[in-house]
Each structure stands twice: as structure tokens, then as C-alpha cells.
Design a protein around this ligand. Structure first.
Ligand code: BEZ
Length: 209
């Protein structure tokens, strides 16, 4: 086994980082990447990371030639072009736009979930903006309802960029927002998630609290 040629700015709690880690496992590339752990919030940037990404956002990937790439979508696209197996992001045609749109929906669930988390833990309770919190939670509920209604067969068909993204989004909702009780209203999505949670790539990338 050769030394890792790339470095990933990493935090196991980030669902955006987890997507990258799951894709690395699914494509057999995990040994190519060293992990640089970061502790950060929107109001406390990571001092090492900001040299490579002034936005102080993870994931960011430092390539062997010194190039830095981010965000998670760009990194997934890059890594998916670095292995010889079946692509996890369709290269062309309607499948490409559909799978990326499902992945975008999952990213939106992650965005809303992470923002709710930050509002609740970083701001004093008397400053919480309840209407904004409710609006974010509504986004999550609507997105999950759409997946339940329209996407179960598609998610079941391939564990690709769409399925990886949805699985990581659900993992984060479970981690930080169990109060949403999303399984009660989305039983098919719950059954699908139960299955994919057993994949080695998902087990190996469980958030470490
Ligand atoms: C979290 O602790 O929920 C978290 C940590 C890093 C990135 C995103 C979320």
C-alpha cells in the first residue's frame, strides 16, 4: 500500500464530509486520502483550513500537486473520475441531471439541518429565531416527503451520488434532530435507509460524537 497522495479536511460529524468518505469507500480509494481533522463552526474558523479554503468550510481536498478543491460536490465529481469502476455520478444523459438533482435535494436537507443545529447550539436561547427554525425544519420535511413519494425506486436501484447523499443527510438528521421523527411519515424511506445503513461504507463512516 502506498502513502496517501491527498489530504481531506475532515470532521466525522459533517454530513458533507461523510458523502466524500462514503464515496471513497465505495470506490476503493480510502487509502489514497489522509485525513486532517478540523474543529470549526461558522464563528470559529479552523486556522489550518483557512490557508487552503478562505471560507473555512469542509470538506476541502488537497491534491498531490498542491491544488485545493472544494466543495463536496466538486470533490465527489473529482474522485468519481479517479477510479476504474462504474461511475457513481452518471457522466451524461438524463440520468446525470436526475441523480444530481436528488443529490442537491439531499444537500439542501443537510444545509437546513446544519443551520438549525448551529442556531440551537451557538446562539443563546432568548435569541433563537423561531420562525426561521420552523422554516428550515419545514424544508427538511418537504424534501423528505418528496423522496418518499417519488424517489424510493431510484434510490434503491443504485448506491450512487444520489443515494449516498440522501443516506448521509438522513444520518445527520438522526444525529442532530431525532425530534423530527422523520420515520413516522416516511416509512419507505426509513426501510431503504435501514438497508443502506448496513453497507460497509456507511458503517465505516458513522459520526463519532
Ligand atoms: C456538527 O457537529 O453537527 C457539525 C460539525 C461539523 C460540520 C457540520 C456539523
Amino acid at each position: 500500500m502506498s502513502a496517501p497522495s491527498m489530504t481531506l479536511y475532515h470532521n466525522s460529524l459533517s454530513p458533507f464530509v461523510r458523502k466524500v468518505m462514503v464515496l471513497l469507500h465505495e470506490t476503493g480509494q480510502q487509502d489514497r486520502v489522509a485525513l486532517q481533522d478540523c474543529v470549526l463552526t461558522p464563528v470559529s474558523p479552523d486556522s489550518t483550513l483557512i490557508d487552503d479554503n478562505p471560507l473555512s468550510k469542509i470538506p476541502a481536498l488537497h491534491l498531490a500537486d498542491g491544488t485545493i478543491i472544494h466543495d463536496s460536490r466538486v470533490i465527489l465529481d473529482y474522485l468519481d473520475q479517479q477510479h476504474v469502476g462504474n461511475p457513481l455520478i452518471p457522466r451524461e444523459g438524463s440520468a446525470r441531471w436526475r441523480r444530481l438533482t436528488l443529490a442537491s435535494l439531499a444537500d439542501g436537507i443537510m444545509d437546513a439541518s446544519v443551520m438549525v443545529r448551529y442556531e440551537l447550539v451557538l446562539r443563546a436561547p432568548e435569541k433563537h429565531w423561531d420562525e426561521w427554525l420552523d422554516a428550515q425544519r419545514d424544508k427538511i420535511r418537504r424534501a423528505l416527503a418528496l423522496l418518499e413519494k417519488d424517489a424510493i425506486a431510484e434510490l434503491t436501484s443504485h448506491f450512487d451520488v444520489a443515494a449516498i447523499s440522501v443516506a448521509c443527510a438522513l444520518g445527520y438528521v438522526d444525529l442532530r434532530h431525532p425530534d423530527l421523527q422523520w420515520r413516522d411519515t416516511n416509512p419507505q424511506l426509513a426501510a431503504w435507509y435501514f438497508e443502506v445503513s448496513q453497507r460497509p461504507s456507511m458503517l465505516a463512516t458513522m459520526p463519532k460524537v
